[in-house]
Design a protein around this ligand. Structure first.
Ligand SMILES: *Cc1c(COP(=O)(O)O)cnc(C)c1O
Length: 229
């Protein structure tokens, strides 16, 4: 048993270090500074036994896609390790806004007016003014969350002026069956138009491309933790 746990920890640490190395290479290839693209280790579906080796290897920024799942594991991990930064990367339901604002440090998925409104109210109430990304549905997929590209500019401005949200950037998840490059380029152009500095784009399969196209945050899960069920 002990041996199995040790082997697993070693594999996780190796995966994590390989991803860090790839990020560094991509930054270099893009002519960007080292550290220009932050790694968000996406720990959804994995529990403490898998997460702790990655924290111990030095990672502090983690992403989760469900509020309730994150509430079940992160408070305890935060007591044990300092400086953990938690990013919500999954769709938010308005009745979970209070919990999300209390638990997370950054929200990547502001995708409709109702959420902008409830987040704004909760942030005011809790005195926690979190950095937020607006999710853009770059592939205009029906089943996917996010604002249509043609509505993004108006929506971001509304989040800023009407709801007082601190919008730091844009986020996208390109369609699985398409070349992600044009989607990352579209997101980058929209962000530039809005004078937003940050781009949350790139997952295990395409984070190198995303960094070449300006990602400031890559969200990498399976390349570190392994395939999910
Ligand atoms: C799960 C998830 C990721 C990580 O995906 P991998 O392919 O495992 O790296 C990134 N972003 C979002 C929004 C996710 O839900």
């Amino acid at each position: 048993m002990q041996n199995t746990v040790e082997n697993m920890s070693k594999a996780l640490k190796d995966n994590f270090e390989a991803v860090q190395e790839q990020i560094k290479c991509a930054e270099e290839e893009a002519g960007r500074e080292e550290g220009a693209a932050q790694l968000i280790a996406v720990s959804k579906t994995y529990d403490a036994i898998s997460i702790e080796p990655v924290i111990e290897a030095g990672q502090r920024i983690f992403g989760e896609n469900r509020v309730q799942e994150a509430q079940g594991k992160w408070p305890e991990l935060r007591e044990k390790y300092s400086n953990i930064e938690l990013h919500l990367i999954g769709p938010l339901q308005s009745n979970k806004s209070a919990d999300a604002v209390a638990l997370f440090d950054v929200i990547h998925t502001v995708d409709r007016e109702k959420i902008a409104k409830t987040l704004s109210q909760e942030m005011e109430k809790q005195g926690r003014h979190l950095p937020c990304f607006v999710q853009v549905n770059t592939g205009e997929e029906l089943q996917k969350a996010g604002i249509a590209p043609s509505d993004a500019v108006v929506f971001v401005k509304k989040c800023q002026t009407e709801y007082g949200l601190n919008i730091v950037g844009l986020m996208c998840i390109p369609p699985v069956d398409e070349n992600p490059g044009p989607h990352f380029a579209l997101l980058r152009d929209l962000a530039k138009q809005l004078e937003l500095e940050q781009l949350s784009q790139g997952m295990s399969g395409d984070y190198k491309t995303a960094i070449l196209m300006g990602a400031t945050h890559v969200r990498v899960g399976s390349a570190i933790f392994g395939a999910r069920d």
